[in-house]
Design a protein around this ligand. Structure first.
Ligand SMILES: [Zn+2]
Length: 487
């Protein structure tokens, strides 16, 4: 029986977020060790479950090490990154004599406090511990920032084919299937990549729409060609401030490096040719509220990606709250604001108490300011809930719902994804019945909200995850870089 080491470590960094991502932040979704991993992750539709399903079907024994999904946030603290890396590497070293290979489910855009390329570093350390001849297959998010170190350390890299990301589980399956074929001697993977000096707003990464459909379409077509084992376009998390940032195409071919390079070049050239079509305009907040007023009934979804908790934002923007207080929209409005101090004040005051307090704007304070409101504490809860898209346990710390007239503000201690309705339903609020619903995401919410939203409006607001990239204070990216420079 073949034996494969399994490790899973994923976090998406925003370099412009004011806080660092601690080990505690990795527990917001899951942080598991050894024998905890397979029973707990088997049912979640994430990469590990896909890996587990294929390994079991193919009779491959998994040797689980560490599994953590940290969501998004600022750069990972050295303490957290080195701890997690060393925990993984120690186990790889222990398993190495009896392991035939390793599968690593990573993200690709996790930047550390002092390590720019954590994934390249981790893959290199796993390679050292495992030995030079055993295959390592890596799965990454479509927003990975690919580096030479990742390509050097891995035998094969596969990535998501969708955005919004709906094939996370399937990507785990593809990684494990490919590793199975390598272990059985059916294929000999060779890797090639092509880096592009371009970053683009995530709003335009929807694979169902041009121009992304053309780029991804070529990658998918290549995967169906004989001799190509995997072909991926990595559109890259743009809010990273690291050298050599940019899109990449990565191709794994069977034994033919020139072929892998030719296909990688071809996919990259389509992306580069289309670069200007990836630029994107959102709607100013005042205009969005004007439009929302004109929509009969609801819900109207207001997507604030600049404070996006799906991209490393702190979730504490008060821009929409302030605009609504100045220029109300009739009907129930659901808002999300991260503010541990405000939560503590609500807990202190108690359910049904009326309080006046400043909310939000205290963490990403270079972009936002607190807004003082008077409201009634409607509920207080533990903030633990189960996301449905993807299925993921989430913990946003203590959570209070503060009612300010027709505004229902969900105040939480920590940020979480806002892709599905559970972030509201878990505290007794129902997006389908509201007039306005705020989400903090550039598009991951669309599969859930599109079927019932009357309208979806993307807000042009400031923040650390601003997708108007020319407004962000990049210092370390390699220039020239489109669209920061005319290219
Ligand atoms: Zn992504």
């Amino acid at each position: 029986m073949k034996r494969v080491i399994l490790a899973n470590l994923a976090q998406e960094t925003c370099s412009f977020a004011p806080t660092h991502h601690s080990l505690e932040s990795f527990r917001r979704y899951y942080l598991l060790f050894d024998d905890e991993i397979i029973p707990q992750l088997r049912q979640e539709r994430m990469e590990p479950a896909g890996i587990i399903a294929v390994a079991e079907a193919e009779g491959i024994e998994l040797l689980p090490t560490v599994a953590s999904y940290g969501g998004t946030g600022g750069p990972v603290t050295d303490e957290a990154y080195f701890y997690l890396r060393d925990q993984i590497v120690a186990r790889v070293r222990r398993f190495a004599p009896r392991a035939d290979g390793a599968v690593l489910a990573l993200h690709g855009a996790m930047v550390g406090e002092s390590v720019d390329d954590t994934e390249g570093d981790l893959i290199g350390q796993v390679r050292q511990a495992l030995g030079p001849d055993k295959p390592i297959v890596v799965s990454l998010d479509m927003h990975a920032h690919i580096t030479a170190e990742m390509i050097e350390g891995a035998n094969a890299i596969v990535g998501y084919h969708t955005w919004p990301h709906e094939d996370i589980y399937e990507t785990g399956m593809r990684a494990m299937r490919l590793l199975g074929r390598i272990l059985r001697g059916e294929v000999q993977p060779v890797l090639a990549y092509r880096k592009l000096p371009m970053i683009t707003p995530p709003e335009t990464h929807r694979v169902s729409q041009k121009p992304m459909s053309e780029v991804m379409g070529r990658a998918l077509a290549a995967e169906r060609e004989p001799g190509v084992l995997a072909a991926t376009i990595f559109a890259t998390q743009p809010q990273l401030d690291v050298p050599n940032l940019g899109w990449s195409s990565v191709v794994v071919a069977d034994g033919d490096r020139a072929r892998a390079q030719a296909v990688a070049d071809e996919i990259a050239e389509i992306a580069w040719r289309e670069r200007r079509n990836f630029l994107h305009q959102r709607t100013p907040v005042a205009e969005a509220l004007r439009r929302a007023r004109e929509v009969e009934s609801g819900p109207v979804v207001l997507a604030d990606s600049s404070d996006g908790t799906a991209g490393g934002g702190e979730g504490d923007s008060t821009v929409l709250l302030e605009a609504l207080l100045q220029s109300p929209v009739p009907g129930q409005t659901l808002l999300l604001i991260v503010d541990p101090e405000a939560v503590a004040a609500c807990v202190e005051a108690g359910v049904r108490a009326e309080i006046t307090l400043p909310v939000g704007g205290k963490i990403a304070s270079q972009f936002y300011h607190p807004v003082t409101v008077t409201g009634r504490v409607k509920t207080i809860s533990d903030g633990v809930f189960k996301m449905k898209v993807p299925t993921l346990p989430a913990d946003r710390g203590r959570t209070a719902v503060l009612q300010v007239g027709e505004l229902f503000i969900v105040l939480s201690e920590k940020p979480v994804y806002t892709w599905d309705e559970e972030c509201y339903r878990s505290v007794g609020l129902f997006p389908r019945e509201a007039k306005l619903v705020q989400v903090k995401s550039p598009g991951g919410f669309r599969p859930v909200y599109e079927p019932f939203a009357k309208e979806i409006i993307e807000l042009d607001a400031p923040g650390p995850v601003d997708s108007e990239l020319t407004r962000l204070p990049y210092r370390r990216v390699t220039r020239p870089l489109f669209p920061l420079d005319e290219m």
